[in-house]
Design a protein around this ligand. Structure first.
Ligand SMILES: Nc1ncnc2c1ncn2[C@@H]1O[C@H](COP(=O)(O)OP(=O)(O)OP(=O)(O)O)[C@@H](O)[C@H]1O
Length: 344
């Protein structure tokens, strides 16, 4: 089966008279197979949003292959537009409308039966709040409303750009549960995020990019294992003497609290034998697996920072909302229907 998203050699340079040329994508590759919950990670400015915008026909790439659901993008997006949903821009909602009314309007515009509105409200956990005005929604609820709108057409693929940005821990957890639920329903999800702990919990695959290029990809567990440094956490009765013994054997060792961290341990049996021969009995021995945060830092040279694109609806609050009362406009294009034509 062909990949759901297949991007190869994608290049994009932004040219501006004032700021000159900026290479945003430098031959980027991204492959997402059906059924994956695929994390798309990279530092600020590494090209994640530009990649997604190019895929959706919102920006024109200079070179490269873009395919979505087997069709070349952007030329044949129309043929598959009913099969995917995307939240890549900042959707703005009209604050005076209820969540339900908002979705009903979007359903009508998209030719979706209105009965579907209740289903998606329930799917994103807004069923109890569907009759509240959007202006009373928290940021997390607005994010979930945006996801609900993208789900109206029962997409088999959902593309989410920074869905957890700006959310508090409870909102992040709800978004995580929502993505897990979608995955359980068989929806393929491509999600970009800076919140790597979340990605590690939710995604089974990951692609990490830096400066417009892919630097690693694969199943999360494999990517983490591939960057392990054979480190072990050791607890031993006489740590000071253990440091001497291990150091003399050429193993890098450092004290961490009342434990030792020993690196370059290819066989943990060697470690227990070395210490045991000196009468130092190991009471605890735990392999240290790197987390996504440390792998990300190692590969990109940059920490994952949370100040990415504006979260859902904030654009409406900042710029599109002249009287400052939280009313934005419903922007059908912002919540992409998989038809990039309306978003341009
Ligand atoms: N419309 C534009 N005009 C000029 N430069 C742009 C434009 N859009 C993006 N860029 C530049 O392209 C590069 C990649 O930006 P992009 O928004 O794709 O990165 P990103 O990985 O999504 O970053 P973030 O996580 O901060 O959103 C950056 O240097 C950015 O400044």
């Amino acid at each position: 089966m062909s990949p759901v998203i297949d991007i190869a050699g994608l290049r994009k340079t932004f040219r501006s008279v004032r700021r000159g040329h900026r290479l945003a994508l430098d031959g980027l590759d991204l492959t997402v197979e059906a059924g994956q919950v695929h994390g798309f990670l990279g530092p600020n400015g590494s090209g994640k949003t530009t990649t997604l915008r190019a895929l959706l026909g919102l920006v024109r790439a200079d070179a490269g292959r873009l395919r979505i659901l087997g069709e070349p993008a952007p030329d044949r997006l129309g043929a598959v537009s009913s099969r995917f949903g995307a939240i890549v821009e900042s959707p703005q909602f009209f604050g005076n409308f209820t969540g339900r009314k908002t979705l009903q309007l979007l359903a009508t515009a998209g030719g979706v039966p209105r009965a579907r509105v209740d289903e998606v409200l329930e799917r994103v956990g807004l069923d109890g709040r569907g009759d509240d005005r959007v202006r009373a929604y928290s940021l997390g609820m607005r994010q979930r409303l945006a996801v609900a709108s993208a789900l109206l057409k029962r997409p088999e693929l959902l593309i989410l750009d920074e869905p957890a940005n700006g959310l508090d821990p409870a909102g992040i957890r709800q978004m995580r549960d929502l993505m897990r639920g979608l995955a359980a329903d068989g929806v393929t999800v491509l999600v970009s995020s800076h919140i790597l702990g979340e990605i590690q919990q939710v995604c089974d695959w990951v692609t990490i990019i830096s400066r417009g290029r892919r630097v690693t990809y694969g199943p999360v567990a494999e990517v983490l294992a591939g960057h392990g440094r054979d480190e072990y956490l050791v607890r031993v009765a006489e740590p000071t003497r253990a440091v001497e013994v291990l150091g003399a054997a050429g193993l890098p060792v450092e004290a961490r609290g009342d434990h030792l961290v020993v690196a370059e341990v290819h066989d943990p049996g060697d470690l227990t034998r070395l210490l045991g021969e000196q009468g130092l009995w190991v009471t605890e021995l735990t392999p240290l697996t790197p987390d996504l945060e440390s792998v990300f830092l190692e590969l990109t040279g940059a920490p994952a920072t949370p100040d990415g694109p504006r979260p859902v609806d904030e654009a409406g609050r900042r710029g599109g909302d002249r009287d400052g009362d939280g009313d934005g406009l419903i922007d059908l294009g912002a919540v992409s229907w998989g038809d990039p034509a309306v978003s341009r």
